[in-house]
Design a protein around this ligand. Sequence first.
Ligand code: PAF
Length: 281
Amino acid sequence: MDVLVTLDAMDRWTSSGGGSVGLVPTMGFLHDGHLSLVRRARGENDRVLVSIFVNPTQFGPSEDFEDYPRDTDRDCALLLAEGADAVFIPSVEDIYPAGFATSVTVSGPLTERLCGASRPTHFAGVTTVVARLFGVTRPDRAYFGQKDAQQLAVIRRMTADLALPVEVVGCPIVREPDGLAMSSRNVYLSNDERAQALTLRESLLLAQRRVTAGIRDASALRDEIVGLVARQALLRLDYVEFVHGETLDPVDTLSGQVLLALAAFVGRTRLIDNATLQVDE
Ligand code: PAF
């Protein structure tokens, strides 16, 4: 596996090989969720490239950029075992060189609601770095997890709007055996916090059960989830919303496929989770 730590090395790698390239953009501290993206990319491309870059511009001023977990040696060992062809580990100066003056912003409700309401600068940071990574690595396909459902919708919008020649592939959420969605931030959780964090997944399962039982009123179901989360002393709900999976427009009466997305602080750690509810007509 090639370890590429400069833009020149990245450029040579792209120019030298043939065939299709699947890019898995990550911020490192890899878990099985990331590795599932690598496996999917492995199956669909001639060459698989993983980028590791903890992107400062997608963290708010009081967020965890400095503390974000990092272990590049372990990441490289995992990627080698998965058969990745190369890992790109740029510096901040490679991604944002002196004079860098561009911001790529998807504007409007897609970035203003859900996570965008409490993280107003987050998605501009994501779209700017992903656009830059697409430019620097020139992939044919790029792989993102459905756990970050809003991020996926925003990146799809950006890629379509800018006619970027990259196929964006969304991949299913990967969970711990007890149901907690995998996240690099799970390492922050104490045992008690981790136990209460399972309520997020329980809320999603409860919603699917209620829908199967015939409930169609999003607001009533929302209230029930708010109540469930409120019973956990270590949880503070940020949002729970029923929305259309692509537009993220709110849904009042559940029908067809509905994305149930939620975010909560577990102690000081902010976690997100979601499920696509299947609502019989
Ligand atoms: O999902 C992530 O890990 C990041 O938001 C991404 C897409 C790598 C951009 O920094």
